[in-house]
Design a protein around this ligand. Structure first.
Ligand SMILES: [Fe+2]
Ligand SMILES: [Fe+2]
Length: 305
């Protein structure tokens, strides 16, 4: 746990600038229908998450760019401006690779309803807030983004916390897919402060942050549950006893997601919450360093968009 002193006027992201990386894994190599260790449930759940990423991460990019446009042009925010550029590059790369991954899922017969739902929801929300001020729109979208970013950072750090041992959520996953998830997990941990810091600097309220967190919690749970069930339906494993035994073990077993994530997730409710006070950022640094041969740095002027 870091002992840094936090100040809402300064970005508190890790001490180094966010790097945009190109992942050196071949996602053109086919992977199995049950790529996650042969478990239909674990595969369907991870696939559901992946299906939300291209639309969801574009929304996060748009939100921070709206916030960036309102950030005062003063030297104290120079570092955050650079971090936001790194954030946009990282999320753009994630959505690009997960779109490729999702394309393979479609070829396997799965149907991505979630991306259409997210798209419709964003369109409706933007229509409803058409008459709001630019600041109001940016703060709302940043509050939603910060809440999702908290979930992705908690999940990401849990993915990195146990590797190649019982409790590893991708223990027997196919290697190129495992690398995709761990790289994404590392970068989610690495940029976990950006949306939160921007929201705070632009004057976002504590109550607004909590209200949108509650909204995101309900939506995220329902969305991923519905898409997971749909994936299992198309996979013809929805009514298999083994599917639900794996599902129970995954959520409520000895290393269950619920036990590992509930505490860090709940930290968001604290008035003095800051992403750097939750979890362990060192896990991401270690993974990225130990797997340098699996990525290369991207010149941000030429990053994936
Ligand atoms: Fe991401
Ligand atoms: Fe993210």
């Amino acid at each position: 746990m870091t002992t840094t002193t936090f100040d809402q006027t300064t970005p508190t992201t890790d001490t180094h600038m966010l790097m945009v990386r190109r992942l050196l894994v071949d996602l053109n190599q086919p992977f199995d229908r049950h790529w996650n260790g042969g478990s239909a449930f674990r595969t369907a759940f991870a696939n559901a998450l992946s299906m939300s990423f291209p639309m969801g991460e574009q929304f996060f990019i748009d939100a921070v760019q709206k916030g960036l446009a309102l950030l005062p042009s003063t030297p104290e925010h120079d570092a955050l401006r650079k971090e936001i550029k790194g954030f946009v590059g990282q999320e753009a790369t994630h959505r690009h690779l997960h779109a490729r991954f999702n394309q393979i899922l479609t070829e396997q017969g799965l149907v991505n309803h979630l991306q259409n739902r997210i798209q419709r929801r964003i369109e409706i929300a933007r229509k409803l807030s058409a008459n709001s001020s630019e600041r109001g729109k940016a703060l709302r979208e940043l509050a939603v983004t910060a809440a999702y970013e908290h979930y992705t950072a908690v999940l990401g750090e849990q993915i990195l916390a146990i590797q190649d041992a019982p409790g590893d959520w991708f223990l027997h996953a196919q290697p190129q897919v495992k690398t995709l998830w761990r790289w994404h997990a590392s970068e989610e941990s690495e940029h976990k402060c950006i949306a939160h810091d921007l929201y705070q600097i632009l004057g976002g309220s504590h109550s607004g942050r909590l209200r949108w967190f509650a909204y995101v919690t309900v939506l995220f749970t329902l969305d991923v549950t519905r898409q997971t069930l749909n994936n299992l339906w198309h996979d013809k494993t929805l009514f298999s006893w083994r599917t639900w035994r794996d599902g129970f073990e995954f959520f409520l077993g000895r290393h269950g997601l619920v036990w590992r994530c509930a505490g860090p997730v709940a930290q968001y409710l604290k008035r003095d919450f800051h992403p750097m006070r939750v979890g362990d950022s060192q896990l991401a640094r270690d993974w990225l360093q130990q797997h340098q041969h699996q990525w290369s740095a991207v010149n941000q002027r030429h990053q994936v968009s």
